[in-house]
Ligand binder design. Sequence first.
Ligand SMILES: Nc1nc2c(c(=O)[nH]1)N[C@H]1C(S)=C(S)[C@@H](COP(=O)(O)O)O[C@H]1N2
Ligand SMILES: [Mo]
Length: 322
Amino acid sequence: MFILSKKDWELPESAVTPEKLYRTHNRRDFLKTLGTGVAAAALLPRGLRAATGGFPAKENPAYPLSALKPTAYEFITSYNNFYEFGMEKSDPKEYANKGWKTEPWTIEVKGLVRNPAKFDVNDLITKAGGLEQRVYRHRCVEAWSMVVPWDGFPLAKLVALADPKPEAKYLQFKSFVDRKAAIGQRQGNLDYPYVEGLRLDEATNELAFMATGIYGKPIPNQNGAPLRLVTPWKYGFKGIKSIVQIEFTSRMPENTWAVMNGQEYGFYANVNPHVDHPRWSQASERVIGAGVFGGRQPTLMFNGYEKQVGALYKGLDLVRNY
Ligand SMILES: Nc1nc2c(c(=O)[nH]1)N[C@H]1C(S)=C(S)[C@@H](COP(=O)(O)O)O[C@H]1N2
Ligand SMILES: [Mo]
């Protein structure tokens, strides 16, 4: 166990409020100092894994725990972006656990598919073939990163169940709306529901993942219970949390951050050290939980996943399509 240096929680001056908007209704003082001295949790022993909801998950040997240095559970679950529950990194852990119910949960699959359906999440996990564990890098557009052991199933399995029609070219994802439970939705800090999108070929790429767990435990509310998207070659804002609907479409769908501020956030959001954000560099990233000497590391093209996804973007201008 080690004590977290306060430095680890501080964003560089230039990036303190990167995804925060400059619209009038969003102006307020967010720069409350984050808590000091948080003890990092050790890896959870296998014995603690729940036997429900598809757990325990087996490790996918292509994305093993041994390949990357996973971020401690305590950091992954207390340093979050989930604007529905506030705009501070520490807000989601607090406000997403005050009576917000994520079970039972239904997700609707609709649009240009042969099998539109509504699934209970646990049934969907079973139909998708159960859970596997994958350890992925996680890179926020705000230039911080973690390594997360996710449990879940490939998005391609859900796409196969839906059986898209030939006209389907994109997926649009929608998060929940619950103004009673979600303080950020009451405050109107963004337009809700939070929406995201992928091209169909991105959605069926082997990396695209639907996460329902972290470290072998059901995913905590603050990380997007009960089901969130994980696209590790893209900036974290693509990883929409607490999904209630997936619609297959023929046109490129809107995504929340591009709608809010299209100069700074696009549809693709591929991690790219050579394409800077207008207000800060993307050449390096701050490693959350790495300690005083962990500091920064260089950003990798497609967050280190070029082998898996490079072919998707052959011929696409990545400067224009940021
Ligand atoms: N519904 C919803 N999904 C969301 C967000 C959000 O505010 N609302 N934030 C995104 C951003 S910017 C990031 S970096 C990741 C953060 O995921 P984490 O808190 O599990 O690390 O969730 C993404 N998904
Ligand atoms: Mo992010």
